[in-house]
Design a protein around this ligand. Structure first.
Ligand code: SF4
Ligand code: SF4
Length: 296
C-alpha cells in the first residue's frame, strides 16, 4: 500500500491569545506520552512508515510533546506547526531532525519579532526544513511586507495563512478587498499553497487552483481518504476526512483505530478538501501528498 498521511489535532489549548483565534483551555484527553509512543509504534507495525502533520492549539503545550515527537520520529516523518514558544534546544536534541519539518507561526500580538527571529535563527543552525507562517489578519496587513523581509533576510521561507473569521463587517477569507489581496500576493507570491483552499474572487489566483478543478459533487465517488489518510482529534478519535459527518475510524488511544481497506464512496455532497484523493484525479492531488525529507 502507499504511504498513509495523518493530521493530528493533538489539543485545543494554547499559551498565546491571538485576537484572530479562540484557543480553548481544554487540552483534550491527554493520554501520557508513553501511550502515544506505543500507539505510533503499533501504527508502524500495521501500516508502515506514515506521515503525521501536527496541529492544535499549540502542540508543544501538550504534556510530554517533545517525548511524543522523539518516539514518533523513530518510525514516521512529521510536520509540526508551532508558535515556537517551546524549548528549541530540547527539541533539536531529542527529535530525529531527518524526519522533521517545522512551520513556525509568527503572531505579532503575542511575541516581538526580534525574539521570534532569535528562535528561528537558533533552529536555522540545524539541517531540516523550516518556514515561517503569518496569518493575513486585516489589521496586520500594513506590516506584512516588513515581516516578510525580516524573515527572508534570516534565510527562511515566508508563508501566508488566510484569516478565517469576521472583521469590520466582512467575512474572511472571501471578504479580502482588492488592496488586501494585492499586498498578500506581494508578500507570498501567487503559488502559496495555503491560498489554494478557497476562492477569493476576481484577481485571486487561488480561484484557479485545484479546488476549482474538482467536479461539483463527490457524493458516491470512491475516495482514498480513510484508506490513505485519517484525521485525529484531541480525544484520540479519528475520521476519514474533515467533511461534516465523515466516517469514523475508531480511537487510537482505545486501540480501536482501523483504516479503511478500500477507497470507500464519499458521503458528502460537497467536499471541503482541495486535495481530496479521488482515484482518476491524481493529477489534481497527488503532488500535494509528498514528503520531501532527507533520506534516513
Ligand atoms: S498561537 Fe496559534 S493557536 Fe495560539 S492563540 Fe495564536 S493562532 Fe491560536
Ligand atoms: S468529503 Fe472529500 S475528502 Fe471526504 S471522503 Fe468525500 S471526497 Fe473524500
Amino acid at each position: 500500500m502507499g504511504r498513509v498521511f495523518f493530521t493530528w489535532y493533538i489539543n485545543t489549548a494554547c499559551n498565546y491569545r491571538c485576537s484572530y483565534c479562540k484557543p480553548e483551555q481544554l487540552a483534550g484527553r491527554q493520554a501520557p506520552a508513553e501511550r502515544w509512543v506505543e500507539v505510533w509504534a503499533d501504527i508502524h507495525r500495521r501500516y508502515g512508515s506514515c506521515h503525521i502533520s501536527f496541529s492544535g492549539g499549540e502542540p508543544f503545550v501538550y504534556p510530554g510533546f517533545i517525548e511524543i515527537l522523539a518516539g514518533v520520529t523513530r518510525h514516521h516523518t512529521v510536520e509540526v506547526i508551532t508558535n515556537l514558544s517551546c524549548d528549541v534546544r530540547r527539541l533539536v536534541e531529542k527529535v530525529n531532525l531527518k524526519r522533521l519539518r517545522l512551520g513556525a507561526s509568527f503572531h505579532p500580538e503575542c511575541v516581538d519579532i526580534e525574539e521570534f527571529l532569535g528562535r528561528v535563527k537558533e533552529l536555522h543552525k540545524y539541517d531540516f526544513e523550516k518556514w515561517v507562517t503569518f496569518v493575513a489578519y486585516p489589521p496586520h496587513l500594513d506590516r506584512i511586507l516588513h515581516f516578510q523581509k525580516r524573515v527572508q533576510d534570516a534565510g527562511v521561507r515566508f508563508s501566508i495563512l488566510p484569516f478565517n473569521g469576521a472583521w469590520d463587517g466582512r467575512t474572511y477569507p472571501q471578504g479580502y478587498t482588492e488592496a488586501e489581496k494585492k499586498v498578500i500576493l506581494q508578500a507570498c507570491g501567487d503559488d502559496e499553497p495555503n491560498l489554494r483552499s478557497f476562492k477569493w474572487g476576481n484577481g485571486g489566483k487561488a480561484e484557479d487552483g485545484p479546488a476549482a478543478a474538482k467536479s461539483s459533487t463527490t457524493k458516491g465517488r470512491p475516495c482514498l481518504m480513510g484508506k490513505s489518510y485519517a484525521r485525529i482529534y484531541p480525544d484520540g478519535s479519528a475520521k476519514r476526512c474533515c467533511a461534516p459527518g465523515a466516517a469514523e475510524l475508531g480511537n487510537l488511544i482505545e486501540g480501536t483505530f482501523r483504516l479503511q481497506e478500500e477507497p470507500a464512496p464519499c458521503a458528502s455532497e460537497r467536499c471541503p478538501c482541495w486535495k481530496c484523493m479521488i482515484p482518476g484525479e491524481e493529477e489534481r492531488w497527488e503532488r500535494f501528498w509528498i514528503t520531501p525529507y532527507r533520506k534516513t
